[in-house]
Design a protein. Structure first.
Length: 305
């Protein structure tokens, strides 16, 4: 059995990919990592990640392109704000028997691949408090005609999830997307999320043995960078509400730049093995739409955060 990590990136997000890989390799020098190119502008980031971290490019680029185009066309070419996010669905058909998908706007604080040990009991894992914020960025209230409130506690953030190769077939993907396209009223795309609503629907509908790792016997730590109650411990963080160290930190919906939440953590991992530039671009809060998203998300997640 093989285990590995998938990421998506292009040259524009080289810095984020380096920070993520530096954090992964701080705790784990062995687990293979495969890059799924976000678009055709990926050669510089691929070269850097291969050279420094042994990251390999997904070996069937034609399949990624075909899969992405067909999934996009089911909804219509202009429906999604960021249709290339669906390229990550190639995870189901790559080289790893058990895999973790992880967004590049994340850094980890442990040997994160060990979290896949729970796949001995489950077929799909997530690890976040997306469900605590209500339906926003995933579903609309119309989804209650499909899933019960109890089932909807299984909602998750699309930036971190783990599963098994070929658990879903390529046809399963096409069938699910067609079902979703027939009912766009179920989904919340108001803040330009693309893949998260669809993959949530697919997992809730098709995977019974699923588990959210933060809902274990001991309530797990949060991981969203918009949370203000994390306490810094060196270049790691402690969730003071549950008195546990974070497994990872995710800047979902937050532009990573000087002045953003937990900037020092990200900056540490980005420049872990090279000199930090003398000057870095300064943020402009008055022009930064991501700050509005942070306020919205804090209101949505106030029950937990």
């Amino acid at each position: 059995m093989t285990r590995g990590i998938y990421i998506t990136a292009n040259d524009k997000f080289t810095d984020q990919a380096i920070a993520l890989l530096n954090s992964i390799r701080t705790y784990d020098n062995q687990t293979p990592v495969v890059l799924i190119p976000y678009d055709n502008n990926y050669h510089q980031v691929a070269e850097r990640l291969q050279q420094d971290y042994g990251v390999q490019v997904y070996d069937d680029l034609n399949f990624i392109e075909r899969l992405s185009i067909q999934l996009q066309q089911i909804f219509g070419e202009k429906f999604f704000a960021r249709p290339n996010q669906f390229r990550k669905q190639a995870c189901w058909f790559g080289p790893f028997d058990e895999f973790l998908y992880i967004d590049t706007d994340i850094v980890v604080f442990e040997k994160i691949i060990d979290r896949l040990d729970s796949l001995s009991e489950y077929d799909f894992l997530c690890c976040d408090y997306q469900h605590a914020g209500g339906l926003t960025n995933v579903f609309t209230p119309k989804i209650y005609t499909v899933f019960s409130p109890e089932e909807l506690k299984g909602m998750f953030n699309g930036g971190w999830w783990a599963s098994k190769k070929n658990l879903l077939s390529e046809q399963d993907l096409y069938d699910t997307f067609a079902e979703c396209a027939a009912h766009p009223e179920y989904f919340d795309f108001s803040q330009k999320t693309s893949d998260q609503p669809i993959i949530n629907y697919m997992i809730l509908k098709r995977v019974k043995r699923r588990f959210n790792l933060v809902l274990g016997e001991n309530k797990g730590p949060g991981n969203w960078a918009g949370s203000q109650h994390f306490q810094q411990d060196g270049y790691r963080l402690i969730d003071t509400k549950v008195n546990q160290p974070l497994q990872y930190l995710h800047w979902a919906g937050i532009r990573i730049e000087p002045g953003c939440p937990y900037w020092e953590i990200w900056e540490h991992y980005r420049y872990l093995h090279e000199p930090k530039p003398d000057t870095l671009p300064q943020s402009k809060p008055s022009q930064n739409p991501f700050q509005k998203n942070i306020r919205k998300l804090k209101n949505q997640f106030k029950s937990f955060f």
